[in-house]
Write a protein that binds this ligand. Sequence first.
Ligand code: ZN
Length: 143
Amino acid sequence: MAIYNEIKRTKTFMGKLKFGGDLLEELTSICEEKDICLGSTEALGAVQKARFGFYDQKARKYDFIEIDKPLEITKLIGNISLRDGKPMVHAHITLSDSQGNAFGGHLAPGTIVFACEFIINSYDGPDHIRDYDEQTGLPLWKI
Ligand code: ZN
């Protein structure tokens, strides 16, 4: 059975990230700056290089993939919630190369911005706090 809450969108922030910044860290620092503890994000643009994870469900750990070349961000989608009392951006990203091949996964630090246009939505509603989930080994929402 799905577990969910009703939330209300309060504010939307729209902008661009700086050249050479770390994509995940830049989005996270905007959330910290604007005190966004519940929200969503999406973005597109291009990166100089990328790092993203694939969760090994048996081993219960992330394996990281690094691609050290320019790529398009065809889609970044994520949510914002609380982990250890601070905003955490959980984002998944799909990227494409010069041949149109697509790659993607769980966005990790180490993805460097070439150009990025983002939208962050701030929500008002019950806290979604991440905590260790026994069944998956992941920091999932306690709601
Ligand atoms: Zn993920």
